[in-house]
Ligand binder design. Sequence first.
Ligand SMILES: NC(=O)c1ccc[n+]([C@@H]2O[C@H](COP(=O)([O-])OP(=O)(O)OC[C@H]3O[C@@H](n4cnc5c(N)ncnc54)[C@H](OP(=O)(O)O)[C@@H]3O)[C@@H](O)[C@H]2O)c1
Length: 242
Amino acid sequence: MKTVFITGASSGLGRGLALHYAKEGAKVFAAARRRDELEKLARESENIVPIPLDVQDTGALVNAIQAAGDLDMVIANAGVGGPTSARKIDWATVKKIIDVNAGAACVTVAAALPRMVARDQGHVVAVSSLAAFRGMPGNGAYCASKAALHTFMESVRVDLRRTRVKATTIYPGFVKTELTAKNKFRMPFLMELDDAVKVMTRGLARGARTIAFPLPMAAVTRTLGALPSAVYEPLAGRVRMF
Ligand SMILES: NC(=O)c1ccc[n+]([C@@H]2O[C@H](COP(=O)([O-])OP(=O)(O)OC[C@H]3O[C@@H](n4cnc5c(N)ncnc54)[C@H](OP(=O)(O)O)[C@@H]3O)[C@@H](O)[C@H]2O)c1
């Protein structure tokens, strides 16, 4: 791997992925809003290039990806969460979650693809979530954003079938990061960040189409996904997450 562009690299999964690939010797373009965190990260490896930007600034995001040159991998990882229970919903929170997690993530992948397709090589990666498979209580915007990314990446894979460009969707369960530190509810099968980074990078190295982890949580969400709505909705309606 020679060059990687990662959004949301200032903390959590993105930071872990940036350090992993930098240690492997790749040049890593690390994008996020917090310049100070990116500069701290860049002090850990000379292979890391801080790219301070807000992924909601589409022009800045696309320019940064195009200016990075021939990329071997782009990882659309930047994401935000937040309660959006329909009983006390705030449209601005809904918009932000959808814009960052779905809009900007799809733009990240789309901005990298033309050059990869022209070179017939490269790897586009999107970090969705196990929350993509069902409308979970209190999390409509987050689940919808991750479901959109899941479906977008499925089409991307279909379209790339006769090329050598790879596309992977990652579906993490709960991992200890700044995002989950805000959660007040119990998080089943909560994983350490380093373990999550190992699972993701091993899967990416073998060119997996999808990476869903941890396995017990993936099995639970797949099972929930298979339930008829008439069974799922009353069941999920009993849970108050926020
Ligand atoms: N942790 C989990 O349990 C879990 C589970 C499933 C899926 N995921 C997904 O994994 C991804 C990474 O999350 P994480 O858990 O590592 O959370 P995190 O530690 O909060 O990291 C989120 C990253 O996204 C960046 N970001 C947020 N909004 C941005 C914006 N507008 N522009 C640029 N960068 C932005 C943040 O950087 P700045 O604040 O510096 O901009 C940060 O680097 C997300 O897509 C999340 O939905 C996480």
